[in-house]
Ligand binder design. Structure first.
Ligand SMILES: [Ca+2]
Ligand SMILES: [Ca+2]
Ligand SMILES: [Ca+2]
Length: 227
């Protein structure tokens, strides 16, 4: 049997031995390592595909709320045609999302506006007939975390095609985009409101990684079902 004195000597060697670390020092180091790992995960998460996808879903969610709020305040969703906002001199590229963005940034509109960091202008166009709150005449688009414009279309335009230009790393390609039907019901998703869709990580519309304000079903994306 050890005496109390021997036990105390063993404990003091364990926790505060000469040249070793005290319990407090070890706890401080463990806490610091934990904090550093937390920062590393946060920093990586912001740039990973999973982080971008979560950011994209958050943008779609926030935009949907703004669009619903526009309907509450004005009696209508932001249009997907620029002519409905009096802009008659524009090209037809990215028109849906430009009209939505212009409506939410219109000087006569007092509701919440899209985050400035979400704005781009892939087709680099402008209109002298724009009436934006900040006086800019650029026909901006709300873009996804891959810097591609969202595709936005209101239910009264479902069934017609629109030209969308995706950035594709600065190259740019014009594609025809359509509202999507639910393959189970044969009806358009969000049949009485609006569709908003991102081309997703692959930067191509009508593929499985698209993200939208409805559930993407790859069967519903086939061209035959869309018209
Ligand atoms: Ca345009
Ligand atoms: Ca534009
Ligand atoms: Ca895609």
């Amino acid at each position: 049997m050890r005496t109390d004195q021997e036990r105390q000597q063993i404990q003091s060697k364990l926790f505060a031995g000469e040249g070793g670390f005290s319990l407090i020092e070890i706890l401080v180091v463990i806490t610091l390592i934990g904090l550093l790992m937390g920062f590393a995960v946060l920093a990586l998460g912001g740039h990973s595909e999973a982080g971008r996808e979560a950011d994209c879903r958050a943008r779609i969610e926030a935009l949907s709320l703004m669009i619903e709020s526009h309907e509450d305040r004005t009696g209508g969703y932001p249009p997907s045609r620029l002519a409905d906002l009096g802009v008659e001199d524009a090209n037809d590229v990215n028109e849906g999302v430009e009209a939505m963005t212009a409506a939410l940034r219109h000087r006569d509109y007092a509701g919440r506006r899209p985050d400035e960091r979400w704005l781009g202008n892939v087709d680099d166009d402008r209109s002298d007939l724009m009436r934006s709150a900040d006086g800019s005449n650029a026909l901006l688009e709300v873009v996804d975390p891959w810097d591609n414009p969202f595709f936005y279309i209101v239910s009264d335009a479902y069934g017609s095609s629109s030209v969308v230009r995706l950035d594709l790393g600065g190259g740019g390609e014009d594609v025809d985009a359509y509202a999507v039907k639910n393959p189970l019901t044969g009806a358009f998703h969000r049949f009485d409101s609006f569709q908003i869709r991102s081309a997703g990580a692959d930067g191509v519309l009508d593929t499985e990684d698209d993200l939208a304000n409805f559930e993407i079903d790859v069967d519903g994306l086939s061209a035959a079902d869309r018209r």
